[in-house]
Design a protein around this ligand. Structure first.
Ligand SMILES: C[S@@+](CC[C@H](N)C(=O)[O-])C[C@H]1O[C@@H](n2cnc3c(N)ncnc32)[C@H](O)[C@@H]1O
Length: 312
């Protein structure tokens, strides 16, 4: 974990109290802490850093939770294609991450990509805006993103059909910075960061994947600066009771305070008013971006992600 994160961190287990973390470094390489421990000055909870990977989600184990679908090699490969297919020269590649990145104004950072998987949006933000952190609670995703960042490339197997796969080699463009970029394992519902820290916050295709969708937006809002900040929320709003109780959905229901459509309710939550995020955000842009995931050579999922880009 790069040292630029240290002054930004707090203990996620103590929230809403914001307790600092002390860091004991066992081994390091330039600005990168390879092994060490972050310890809460309040509750005493400890968070390991192992081979450069910081585990800031109290619920996560160093190997990840096996039943989490986002830990499987097939899904990691699928997301690598979804995020970096253009760098592989694939004519079917998605341009979604370039479109989301284009919605962000250049700024000094720091930036945060919540639930960022294997990291494409974070790489884009580091190139455009300065210090950037990508976080996810999938250990496999974060380990992969970090490997790509450290080695500036990655070789992985892409599914062709059934058990047949082909090995592909991904290389980062030489002008992408990585010294101002880091990826950590953390929970979107208990962000390990001080309030009012980030100039740009993104939550892409995440809000329908957490048990408490409103809490996810509240956490993004908490860590965003009070002014001169940007917030990008984009989602297909694929609500499911397997993930969140219907009363906690931000749309897709015919009754309750958040009945109706997810994109409208997210915009209303951002824009102020009763029970909404404070200080209020103003919509700068909204629309939809087609996003693609590849399962194998003959099977793709095409997803309409509805975005609201807001600023305050
Ligand atoms: C549908 S994927 C979207 C990934 C990425 N934002 C994108 O648009 O390509 C949802 C992501 O959210 C992550 N995720 C789900 N629940 C999370 C949580 N509680 N905290 C952090 N990440 C979470 C998953 O591991 C996965 O990477």
């Amino acid at each position: 974990m790069k040292k630029f994160l240290l002054p930004l961190l707090i203990c996620p287990a103590c929230l809403p109290e914001e307790q600092e973390l002390d860091c004991v470094i066992e081994s390091e390489q330039e600005d990168d802490i390879l092994d060490g421990t972050l310890a809460c000055t309040g509750c005493g909870a400890t968070y390991p850093i192992r081979r450069g990977l910081a585990f800031l989600d109290p619920a996560q184990t160093v190997d990840g939770i096996p039943q989490n679908r986002y830990e499987s090699p097939a899904v990691v490969s699928s997301y690598l294609w979804s995020h970096f297919g253009d760098l592989l020269g694939d004519e079917n590649a998605s341009d979604a991450y370039l479109r989301w990145a284009a919605l962000m104004q250049p700024c000094q950072g720091p930036c945060l990509d919540i639930g960022g998987a294997v990291g494409r949006f974070a790489f884009e933000m580091a190139a455009k805006c300065g210090p950037t952190i990508g976080l996810d609670n999938s250990v496999s995703f974060i380990r992969t993103a970090r490997q790509l960042m450290k080695n500036r490339g990655l070789v992985f197997d892409l599914a062709v059909e059934g058990k047949i796969s082909r090995r592909v080699s991904l290389a980062l463009p030489s002008n992408w910075p990585t010294q101002n970029l880091e990826f950590v394992v953390a929970d979107a519902l208990a962000l390990p960061f001080k309030s009012h820290t980030f100039s740009a916050v993104a939550s892409l295709n995440l809000v329908d994947k957490v048990p408490l969708p409103k809490k996810q937006l509240e956490e993004g809002n908490r860590v965003a600066k009070l002014k001169d900040a940007q917030f990008l929320v984009s989602d297909p709003f694929s609500w499911s009771v397997d993930v969140a109780r219907e009363e906690d959905w931000l749309g897709g229901s015919e009754k309750g305070p958040l009945a109706g459509r997810g994109h409208e309710n997210v915009e209303a939550l951002l824009n102020g008013g009763k029970n909404s995020l404070q200080p209020a955000w103003k919509t700068r842009d909204k629309g939809q971006i087609w996003w693609k995931i590849r399962t194998h050579e003959n099977h793709y999922e095409l997803i309409r992600s509805c975005f609201v880009k807001a600023a305050r």
